[in-house]
Design a protein around this ligand. Sequence first.
Ligand code: 13P
Length: 250
Amino acid sequence: MRQLIAGNWKMNGLGADSVALARAIAAGATGITADLLVCPAALHLSGVVQAIRGSVVAIGGQDCHQDQQGAHTGDISAPMLRDAGAAWVILGHSERRQNHGETDELVREKTLAAVAAGLTPIVCVGETNDQRSGGQETEAVGWQIAGSLPKPFIGVIAYEPIWAIGTGRTATEDDVLDMHSFIREELIRQFGDAGHGIRILYGGSVKPNNAAGLLAVPNVGGALVGGASLNAEDFLAIARAAIAESGQGG
Ligand code: 13P
């Protein structure tokens, strides 16, 4: 399966910045063997859709509501994202879990809503610094997987250790190998054979200088990139480091 290189632009840039970034990524995307995805702020979706039209770059949202519609001031539904041109959505990012009190149960409901609307969800999991220093990282991630994924699960997992997000402190290749193997085993335990084919992305301070090493680790199906995805050259350099074809979900 091809690796997926996804850019999470978070709450950055104004409309014109997002359009310029999307254009630059689309222009440089030819010849890249990975699947490419950019996730701008919801407000910028339509501009980015225009900017990447005709290119291989796909578009995603950064969150959606668990209901298809209704009285939810300020929220955005999965069908609205789909209607705006998104094919993907990031769900349960640690910034949503921490800043908006999102629970595993809520993430599971959002995942169901996304799939029902025709979006492919990228469900994020990852331990805190305290959990890792206490030796509880696999237990924490195991609980998140058990609670956040509906059965069957059609989508992608992103392992993003919270201590590595935006810190410049990347997980070592050994950390990633251990955690991605654990996640693969959990997916197979929960979903049987289908668990082999679920892509598991790594996220947390992925940069051009560490991407090749991280993307070569077994069971890594791609990367979810924050800061470095705001620079087209850096994002494309990460995408060029992707492995052409990996055996299973990566
Ligand atoms: P950074 O790449 O900036 O560490 O962010 C990772 C992330 O949160 C992607 O969702």
